[in-house]
Structures are given as C-alpha cells and as structure tokens.
Design a protein around this ligand. Structure first.
Ligand SMILES: Nc1ncnc2c1ncn2[C@@H]1O[C@H](COP(=O)(O)OP(=O)(O)O)[C@@H](O)[C@H]1O
Ligand SMILES: [Mg+2]
Length: 219
C-alpha cells in the first residue's frame, strides 16, 4: 500500500459497489466521504495535489479513471512516505452537484473523462461550462472507452468536438478493454492485472495518461 496516494469517493451511489467493500485489496488508501464532504478540507494542508475526476454524466469512466490513475501513481511512487496525490471520484448526476462543488473547493485540477459517443457530449459540456470553468481550476478532457475495433471515425470526431469547444484535451486515450470492466467486478485495478498481452495494453493506457499528467515526477 502506497502512502503517496489516496482516493476519496463522494459519490453516494458508489458506497454499494465493489471497491468500496474491498478496500483491503487496493494499493492505496481509500475512503467514502459523501456524507461528510467537509472532511475534504484537510486535504488543503497536506501539500498533496488534489485531482477531481468529474463529469455529471454517469457511466463515462470517472471511477475507472480515478482508481486506475491512483493505482499507477501508487506504483510509481511506492517508496514515498509522503502523501503526493489525491483523487476524488465524484457523482455522475446533476442532483449531487453540491457534492461536486464542495470537492472543487479543495482541488488543484480536474480530469473529465468523455467516451467517444455523441450522447455524452451535451452533459459533459454542461459540467465543463457551468461547473468546472466557473471554479477557475485547470482541467483536461480525457477520451475514455474508445474501442479500436470501431475504427478512428468516432475517436477523431470526439477529438474535433473537444478541440472545437476550446477545451484542453489529453493526448492519451484510454481504450476500451473488457479487462477493465471485468476488473471492476473483481475488485482489481490495472496494476493488479495479469501480464498477458491485452492486459498489458490496457494497463499501458493509464501509465501513459499518468505520465502525461505528470504523476510520476518529483513534484
Ligand atoms: N476503458 C474502458 N474499457 C472497458 N470498460 C470500461 C472502460 N471505462 C469504463 N468502463 C466500464 O464502463 C462502466 C462505467 O464506468 P465507470 O468508471 O463506473 O463510470 P462512472 O464512474 O463515470 O459512472 C463500468 O462498467 C466500467 O467497468
Ligand atoms: Mg463512478
């Protein structure tokens, strides 16, 4: 277990899912704080970088992204004894906007997962324009769940859409792999995957993204 990384969920829905009940298997500290979001206040004084993973559309990959980026950061920073990165997983609904706003108060930046599906575009735009931009925090949109077997049309269309909005976009793309969905059910994160080829490819995406976002550095 790395002391350098901590994941907090403030998604009320999440307390019923696998990872909230299998905390012992995770390679980082974890807590569920939707009932006491004001507890997040202490994060300000830890010196750690606080990353909020947000999109008010459900099912876009917030939890997948938060847990796996945390897992990668924990692996890279396993010998540090100081808290360096906190990832806050947030609700995918408009009703819980107050929880998201609370998390943004303590954040240094925001990661916005977006699948290459037109249906997700409008809710994502709302989150960015109405919630994230007003916070003044730096943010980045990350395309998640792109299936390479579908070809590049949807991927490029999504990249063009993001760029046309003027939103900062991560170069790294998280591809769709069954192993991610399976791992979610089994309570595993990318650094705990088997080492067969496909699992390594799936894991590579999160390592690339973590590198791009600067989670491995000395900062
Ligand atoms: N890159 C991916 N490849 C395969 N399945 C994914 C990927 N990203 C998300 N999923 C699956 O899609 C579903 C929704 O993802 P989740 O991270 O729970 O979204 P959110 O937290 O935004 O609601 C889950 O079943 C998850 O395992
Ligand atoms: Mg979630």
């Amino acid at each position: 277990m790395s002391a350098a990384v901590y994941v907090v969920s403030i998604d009320p829905q999440a307390s019923t899912v696998w990872w909230a009940n299998r905390i012992t298997n995770l390679p980082f500290d974890f807590s569920q704080e939707h009932e006491t979001p004001e507890n997040l206040k202490v994060l300000k004084d830890t010196g750690a970088k606080v990353h909020v993973v947000a999109n008010q559309k459900g099912g876009v990959g917030k939890t997948t992204t938060a847990l796996n980026l945390a897992a990668v950061a924990a692996e890279v920073l396993q010998n540090r004894d100081q808290l360096m990165h906190v990832f806050i997983d947030t609700p995918g609904s408009l009703q819980d906007e107050n929880l998201l706003l609370e998390a943004l108060k303590y954040a240094h930046d925001v990661i916005v997962p977006l699948p290459p599906e037109g249906l997700a575009f409008d809710p994502t735009a709302r989150t960015i324009e109405k919630v994230i931009k007003p916070s003044g925090l730096p943010y980045r949109v990350v395309i998640n769940n792109w299936d390479p077997r579908d070809g590049k049309v949807d991927l490029h269309g999504t990249e063009e859409y993001i760029d046309a909005q003027g939103w900062p976009r991560a170069e790294s793309v998280i591809r769709r792999y069954k192993v991610h969905a399976r791992a979610a059910v089994e309570g595993r994160v990318v650094t705990q995957y088997d080492t067969h080829r496909v699992a390594l490819q799936a894991r590579e995406d999160f390592f690339k993204l973590a590198l791009e976002l600067g989670y491995g550095g000395a900062a």
